[in-house]
Design a protein around this ligand. Structure first.
Ligand code: CP
Ligand code: NVA
Length: 323
């Protein structure tokens, strides 16, 4: 498999075999790191990390993956560079492309990461846009494989804001990988037709099943994995009060985990999560998308998932840029 020089903007552009290859490479790099071996596949490379939005996992995963593999990561935060203010995306892309060997972008508009890719002349990786979060879904799939032995036929229910970047990316990824994927959300938060149509097309080729429902009971029945995300994504904070009202029946709690009918369902969340009232943002409101008992239970694999961000992001950089 040769992915050299490729961008990773969306999973739409990757075949089932290419996704499998990236997951296998992630598992191999994870194994090597655990045995103390750093192959330094990115020796001498310089990587630009552009962040318009905050990040813990994605930023740290890119930085540690770069250092493990011998590359130099350069963090370019909001307010640090001219992008979008004094300089166009196209000009920024052409400048960074002359200096760096690869560029990560996290931000608002998906068109920005597409434009960077068009003009940079080096691989561009999407570290989250309003539309997609592909590196997260690679980590989610690696985690599911580790705990459930594979992806094909696995029942995966995404419960909550069914039209956010996580829902969109999981829908496309699950459709490619032949999963039994469900979006469980109020009708007003169903995914856009363009995403559902793309997912259905991929599902036809892979044998995946795609269900979009507002009924929690049918949506989670038979699911091996219950996945949720924050109720208001970065940039949508003003929606939070309305979302809390709308999404309360979709909160992941013990009775929802039981309603899967499975003996050992697992719980995933891309994080950060509002599962208690211990953070500044959740102090007044308390747990939102998931209750603390589920989050802290043995069903919860969220920290394996967070660790896997690093191994999968490393695999993406090594596959598209490594020697
Ligand atoms: N899951 C995720 O992308 O986390 P960060 O926002 O911390 O990068
Ligand atoms: N949907 C969330 C994902 C965070 C990793 C957001 O965009 O804020």
């Amino acid at each position: 498999m040769n992915l050299h020089g490729r961008h990773l903007l969306a999973l739409d552009d990757y075949t089932r075999d290419e996704i499998t290859y990236l997951l296998d490479l992630s598992a191999e790099l994870k194994r090597l790191k655990r045995s103390g071996i750093r192959p330094r596949n990115l020796e001498g490379k310089s990587i630009a990390l552009i962040f318009e939005k905050p990040s813990t996992r994605t930023r740290c995963a890119f930085v540690v993956a770069c250092v493990d593999e011998g590359a130099h990561p350069e963090y370019l935060g909001k307010g640090d560079i001219q992008l979008g203010k004094k300089e166009t995306v196209a000009d920024t892309a052409r400048v960074l492309g002359r200096m760096f060997d690869g560029i990560q972008f996290r931000g608002y508009k998906h068109e920005t990461v597409e434009q960077l890719a068009e003009y940079a002349g080096v691989p561009v990786w999407n570290g989250l846009t309003d539309k997609y979060h592909p590196t997260q879904v690679l980590a989610d799939f690696l985690t599911i494989q580790e705990h459930l032995g594979g992806l094909k036929g696995i029942g995966l229910s995404f419960v909550g804001d069914g039209r956010n970047n996580m829902a969109n990316t999981l829908l496309i990824g699950a459709a490619k990988m032949g999963m039994d994927f469900r979006i469980v959300a109020p009708k007003s938060l169903f995914p856009e037709k363009e995403i559902v149509d793309a997912g259905k097309k991929f599902a036809k080729e892979s044998g995946a099943k795609i269900t979009i429902t507002d009924d929690v009971k049918t949506g989670v029945k038979g699911a091996d994995v219950i996945y949720t995300d924050v109720w208001a994504s970065m940039g949508e904070e003003a929606e939070l009060t309305a979302r809390i009202k709308l999404l309360k029946p979709y909160q992941v709690n013990m009775s929802m985990m039981k309603a899967t009918g499975k003996t050992n369902p697992i719980f995933l969340h891309c994080l950060p999560a509002f599962h208690n009232n211990d953070t500044e943002a959740s102090k007044q409101i308390g747990p939102m998308e998931v209750t603390d008992d589920v989050f802290e239970s043995s069903m919860s694999k969220v920290f394996d998932e967070a660790e896997n961000r690093m191994h999968t992001i490393k695999a993406v950089m090594v596959a598209t840029l490594g020697r």
